[in-house]
Design a protein. Structure first.
Length: 446
């Protein structure tokens, strides 16, 4: 058996790709996964190419692995390879090969070529959706990601995703439902639906099929819940909150990347909203869904954001009171429509101010998140246990109000519940952005 190790970088969609590549290799009967890169003949660096900082991290990771494991064949895969392979292949000789992300089944051929000491640049241009059932997961036990589509057709002017992954291409509903059934049969309690925009699912075939897909998914037998990640605010289905409230296993967690609140800045981004419209959306969700949790992201430093526009954003955040929010600085990406909105020198100057503004938003959001978390104290919730701290008799997990990796955690005061289990707990206190809880063994648990 040949051994392969994957260093996965970037978003959850990249993680699904990494798991899928491993499955294709495993299905040949020729490859097995190496937990330690020192044991691998082939190392795959599954890269992110969304913004400059992610590209730098991807290249530095590859260089570090090359230095540490000179005997291994190292291939760059993922978004950075998809976008820049032809350029990097002539410059980055530390990589033994490059592989894109549009037909993951061809990783088998590319990996074999590496073992034959053939430097390969394999960047398929045509999409091929995978039906491989991923038996290995890089998620915590009990949780998995299910990708509904590839690419995006919204064309936000700052975004490089269409350059990397192309236009929206939705999977067949039956394939998605079969993947959810498979995951539930293997013990998944949390199904995280992911895409660039979940609500766009099916629009490349005519109209959105997202709500119908949710209804069918909720009817799949088993004890699990469905979390929705990434819904574009300008395409948010008005019927969605009512559907969430009517289905017990469709949780009220709404991940809506507003990005800004100033109409001027949003128009520059190629978006249609404004503070009033977006605030109305948050109010509708909370009016229709009991205990709704709303997460968003906000960008500082986009061309056209002056003091007035930034004040509009801060005012919106104060009024909207997001449960969770992430902030990032605008990255000027070559090939995007917004690239020409400012020069390189203007962008460098703007970044310094944008970083200051990002810190101000973080300072603003911190107390809001803490205030929103206070409402859970004294209440009972189900917690998926992710890991155990045996020396402290503690477990770390998450409840429905916390998405994987990006939100806080629930610290459960017991160490005897296995990872992947769901245990009913009572929230006793808040500690920063984490919650502390005790198990209610009289309720539902593993």
């Amino acid at each position: 058996m040949n051994r392969v190790y994957i260093e996965n970088l970037g978003c959850s969609k990249n993680q699904v790709d990494a798991e899928t590549m491993l499955q294709h290799l495993a299905d040949t009967g020729e490859w097995e996964y190496a937990e330690d890169p020192a044991q691998a003949e082939v190392i795959l660096v599954n890269t992110c190419g969304f913004i400059e900082s992610a590209r730098e991290e991807s290249i530095q990771t590859l260089l570090s692995l090359r230095e540490s494991y000179p005997q291994a064949k190292i291939m760059m895969t993922g978004c950075l390879a998809e976008r820049y392979a032809e350029t990097m292949a002539d410059e980055l000789w530390e990589a033994d090969g490059f592989f894109g992300n549009r037909d993951l089944s061809r990783i088998v051929t590319a990996a074999r070529q590496l073992l034959e000491h053939r430097r390969t640049v394999e960047i398929p241009r045509d999409y091929r959706f995978d039906t491989a059932q991923r038996e290995r997961s890089f998620s915590f036990p009990g949780s998995t990601y299910v990708k509904l589509s590839e690419g995006c057709s919204h064309r936000c002017r700052y975004c490089a995703i269409p350059l990397i992954r192309g236009d929206l291409r939705s999977r067949e509903s039956g394939e998605v439902l079969e993947e959810i059934r498979f995951a539930v049969s293997r013990g998944a309690r949390e199904i995280n639906l992911i895409a660039q925009d979940l609500a766009a699912f099916g629009t490349d075939r005519g109209s959105s099929q997202f709500l119908d897909l949710l209804k069918y998914a909720c009817d799949i037998p088993g004890e699990f819940f469905i979390r929705m990640l990434y819904i574009h605010p300008d395409a948010f289905p008005v019927e969605l909150p009512a559907l969430v409230e009517s289905r017990e296993n469709l949780i009220g967690y709404f991940d809506i990347p507003f990005q800004h609140a100033s109409r001027k800045v949003l128009q520059g981004m190629g978006r249609k909203g404004d503070a009033e419209r977006y605030l109305g959306l948050t109010e509708q969700i909370r009016a229709e869904v009991k205990d709704a949790v709303i997460r968003s992201t906000f960008m500082t430093g986009f061309p056209g954001e002056g003091p007035q526009e930034f004040d509009e954003l801060r005012s919106f955040m104060t009024s909207a009171k997001m449960d969770w929010a992430g902030m990032f600085v605008y990255s000027r990406e070559e090939g995007t429509p917004a690239y020409g909105d400012c020069s390189a020198a203007e962008h460098r100057r703007a970044v310094r101010e944008a970083e200051k503004r990002m810190k101000l938003l973080q300072q603003l959001q911190g107390p809001i998140t803490e205030e929103r978390l206070e409402r859970w104290i004294g209440r009972d919730v189900d917690v998926i246990i992710e890991e155990i701290i045996p020396e402290e008799d503690l477990s770390i997990g998450r409840s429905f109000m916390q998405a994987p990796e990006v939100d806080g955690a629930v610290v459960v005061l017991t160490g005897d519940v296995p990872p992947g289990s769901s245990v009913r707990c009572r929230i006793e206190r808040r500690n920063g952005i984490d919650l502390e809880a005790v198990p209610m063994y009289g309720g539902r648990n593993a």
